[in-house]
Design a protein around this ligand. Sequence first.
Ligand SMILES: [Zn+2]
Length: 103
Amino acid sequence: MSREETRRIALERIHILFRLADEVFPENPERAQRYIDLARRIAMRCRVKLPRELRRRICKYCKSLLRPGVNCRVRVRQRREPHIVVTCFNCGRVSRYPIRRKG
Ligand SMILES: [Zn+2]
């Protein structure tokens, strides 16, 4: 199997794991977290970067799956460079992500 193919399959699995995590989270947050940990391990093993939209759904510090309004708070700030501020309720730390405008 080519390296490209390995990566493609890894990304597919990662997306599936995130979807599963979202599905089970309301009933079983521990299992959801296990899916996320598994997705991160696949990414590391296959040396693929988590796509940005998925990376932002994991706390940078404690690696928990973030669910806005459940275990994190998401705020949009317009001062200086517009950015998103995500506060993780699990570890209490704050991640900031710039908002990129299209075009
Ligand atoms: Zn955290």
